[in-house]
Design a binder for this molecule. Structure first.
Ligand SMILES: Cc1cc2nc3c(=O)[nH]c(=O)nc-3n(C[C@H](O)[C@H](O)[C@H](O)COP(=O)(O)OP(=O)(O)OC[C@H]3O[C@@H](n4cnc5c(N)ncnc54)[C@H](O)[C@@H]3O)c2cc1C
Length: 373
């Protein structure tokens, strides 16, 4: 019997789930979004995927990163060949500048750990950094850690390609409809959801995935099982120079003090991202979060401090987004909704939704397969 899976929310996470689930025989996928694909937090993301250079070495946090890293290697070419859409990415790795001696010790031990896991981290002296990246000023940096297996991908293009791929595999999509409720029935093992309701439409469901980012909070409130999620604002900017800085054939992503520089080619760069917490964590009375211009100015100034050539760049775009951050548990939230037998949460990815979307999708696919087939 075919199982009808309704996925609510089409950011990078919902799109990745739709893609993986629609590959499985026996599932019929419907992907719903109140706006257009990738228009939530995903629209603001820089798409940096730091797995090998993250300090997570074991447990769930590392496993999700490792699984995403591995899936990404096949996923991007697979999507390009299935859909004919190209997905911009920077495969030249990530360079992290290190300024403190105790941190450098941690990097050294991470380097050994990664080597045992089969991954590479190089530790460069400031002089080596100058050789490889002559456009950077190491300043007080003690070292630079180069992670060649980490990368960056354009989040919006990725989301579009995932949706196109899912549709090729038979998924149906509905844009511009907000999910406003659910039909549920009580059972012995818990409640079951039989349909997802938008304004004017009823979508029958055998399984439901809530991948609505911050919009997951009101949806879980409807279901009397509220998931505490709060927004953390982030800003980014696009800078333009007549031509790219540094060595033309080596343009890795750079990070210093959590200020990232993403080379896009032909003198274009993304710079980000600020991390702006709301003044109150009271989810019952959320305040409208607005971007503080000076926070982005500080990020841009921080990047120019280590990449002085960018001081001459024009800012061609500034934007912000709200990251969905779980309040009382670690990000991300990938689990059944409490009290329900066929609703799963795939949300709360906070600062790593692009990195973790493929692993999230595989975990949700496996849970659906176990529960419904
Ligand atoms: C400035 C900035 C930079 C970032 N950089 C990175 C980065 O470099 N790397 C990284 O991995 N992550 C990064 N992130 C984090 C990343 O953007 C998020 O973790 C990720 O986009 C979350 O994806 P999502 O699909 O869960 O949510 P979203 O992208 O917010 O998607 C949720 C979707 O659900 C829809 N929706 C909500 N409610 C409803 C409803 N009731 N009915 C129908 N649809 C609904 C919304 O319209 C939206 O399209 C960054 C974030 C910001 C703000």
């Amino acid at each position: 019997m075919v199982q009808r899976i309704v996925i609510v929310g089409c950011g990078v996470v919902g799109a990745a789930i739709a893609y993986e689930v629609s590959r499985c025989p026996g599932f019929e996928v419907l992907l719903l979004d109140r706006h257009t694909p990738g228009s939530g937090s995903t629209a603001a993301a820089l798409g940096i995927a730091m797995a090998v250079s993250s300090q997570r070495v074991r447990g769930r946090h590392w496993q999700l990163r490792q699984q995403s890293l591995e899936r990404y290697q096949e996923l991007l070419p697979e999507l390009e060949s299935l859909t004919g859409q190209s997905i911009q990415r920077n495969p030249q790795g990530i360079v992290n500048l290190c300024f403190e001696a105790d941190r450098l010790e941690r990097w050294r031990s991470l380097q050994q750990h990664r080597q045992r896991q089969g991954y590479r981290l190089d530790i460069w002296s400031p002089a080596q950094l100058r050789d490889y990246c002559p456009h950077l000023d190491p300043g007080d940096a003690l070292a630079a850690i180069y992670s060649p297996q980490d990368f960056q991908v354009n989040p919006q293009q990725l989301t579009q390609a995932l949706v196109a791929g899912a549709c090729r595999q038979g998924a149906q999509v509905v844009w511009g409809e907000s999910v406003q409720g659910f039909e549920t029935v009580a059972g012995e093992a818990g409640q079951g959801c039989t349909a997802v309701l938008s304004c004017g439409h009823r979508y029958p469901a055998d399984g439901v995935v809530l991948a609505a980012g911050l919009g997951s909070l009101p949806l879980t409130q409807h279901l009397q099982a509220p998931l505490a999620l709060g927004p953390v604002l982030g800003q980014g900017a696009r800078l333009e120079l007549p031509q790219s800085l540094g060595q033309p054939d080596f343009q890795p992503v750079i990070n210093a003090h959590d200020r990232h520089l993403v080379p896009l080619g032909q003198g274009s760069y993304w710079v980000g991202a600020s991390v702006e917490f709301p003044p109150t964590a009271d989810l019952a009375n959320p305040v409208a979060l607005l971007p503080q211009a000076e926070q982005l100015d500080q990020v841009i100034a921080g990047v120019i401090a280590y990449c002085p050539g960018l001081g001459a760049a024009q800012i061609s775009d500034r934007w912000f987004g709200l990251r969905p951050r779980p309040q009382h548990q670690a990000a991300p939230v990938i689990q059944p909704l409490a009290g329900f037998t066929n609703i799963w949460l795939a949300t709360g990815h906070y600062r790593n939704g692009v990195l973790l979307a493929p692993a999230t999708a595989l975990e949700i696919r496996d849970r659906l397969l176990r529960a419904l087939t």
